[in-house]
Design a protein around this ligand. Sequence first.
Ligand code: GLC
Length: 568
Amino acid sequence: MVKKKVDRLDWWREARFGMFIHWGLYAVPAGVWKGEDNPGLGEWIMGRLQIPVTEYEKLAKDFDPVKFDARAWVKLAKDAGMKYLIITSKHHDGFAMFDSKCSDYDIVDATPWGKDPMKALAKECAKAGIKLGFYYSQSQDWHDPDGMGNGWDFKDEKKKDFDTYLKHKCIPQLTELLTAYGPISVIWFDTPCKITQQQSLRLKRHVHKLQPDCLVSGRIGNELGDYGSLGDNQRPPGAVEGDWETPCTLNNTWAFKTKDKNWKSVKVLLELLASCAGKGVNYLLNVGPTAEGVIPKASVDRLKAVGDWIKVNGEAIYGTTGSPFPYEHDWGRITCKKGKLYLLIIKWPRGTFVLPGLRNRVKGARMLGDKRTTVTVTQSHSKTTDAHIIELTLPRKKPDTYVSVVELSIVGTADADQMPLQQPDGSVNLAVHMATKRGPKSVCVGRHGSLEGWKTTSTSLGWAFNMHRPGAFRVIVETVLNGDAKDQFGTHEVAVNVGRQSTKGKAGRKDMVEDRGDNDWRIVESDIGTITVNKPGLCKLSLKALRLDKKANAGLTAAGVRLVPIRP
Ligand code: GLC
């Protein structure tokens, strides 16, 4: 018998959900510097305010996490349904949160507490069966004269020698992390900045030499990660091919900030989890402990609620792959594995639930949150239109407040019609990767699921689909924006044509993204008017740019067009 080759990523694909922990000296100011509230991310306080190294270093004396409890942290992750835990071993500020022999700028040597929390975490993770990984800022190191990012203490860029920093700090510290704490599942590199391909490769080889099974995150730079990293807080748009992870916050910051109380609701968290799983993307959800070593209660409460949901519905997440459909459904998300298709329903229907386009035979259906109530399945196929329809009778009461899962037992592996289909509620979702593109070849769907390089009016997109329930529709153009990259913002003028009908409006509007000083990725929905389709049958829709905002460096980052029926 031929043994199946074990892929480094097997456990990671199975896991789908992990805990991120941002913990370091920045938890001491917790967003407030000299009495003033800092609007940015907690762990960026040194960089944002350009605090001199000599001043920032003093924070170590006040870092005394007497309430740190590795067992409680790991238990929280486990109870939340998370399968791995990634903690900041060194963030951009350069402070090592482990016992490092390369410098005294570490938690054991520089703080009154004097302990190595990674030792305790490694032990508890091993006991609980949680995979431990380390975040390590490989390029930015604001404490090291040769590291990247600190232009206020170390002004002369010409004097900097990044290779020296790699040799004296980065690589030796990686060796420490990979030799003193048992098996490490991931080295979570971040913000590659100007790291060269050769340097990224050197780090990757070093990690794999010491621990061949250890993964390196996509942010190692130069596309060398074992898996890709989506933007911070990015709900994956479009189609996501390959292995990806999206890191997400519970509020607006990663590291603890006293003033940040903008907690996401359990509903939003579960929808994000479903949205990631629905694209086969891992969800890495962050907590920011205080300088005392306590994970804020608001975070604990939310993770517990997520855990309660996972206990019932985990089958729809673990070991699944994304939806077999090439577009998203307005009612919720889909995941699947061999013989199963999971409908993660966010908008619970009244009465019958209709799913068009699945070609597999369905053997039965049940609700994970209420296995006693029967769900009847009716399946039909029209020979003339080749339309496959599945109808489910669902009870009025949804089994879960936020996301209710219906499991379909199917014959074989999920096989869905790849044509855009009008949904039973009349809506049509047209993602950019499903479009026929006109114009320069260089404009293409990028890693973030949206178009990259659409900077002239010579590009346009077209889709064909069958309209069986004509009527009036609102036309929504979706674009993807990074909240931190102000140079990407713009107000473009676009037009959508369906047959002879046309509507135009503004897309990617600046005013739709509030300035929170963070680096979240958002899908911006721009309503560009209405369109009426009079006859059923084949429909052709096109998206054109009439005028592109020159100030928006990324161009028109379109992710798709949605038609939403207007009810009389
Ligand atoms: C960004 C930030 C960083 C944070 C990370 C989490 O790259 O620079 O502060 O650690 O995102 O994904």
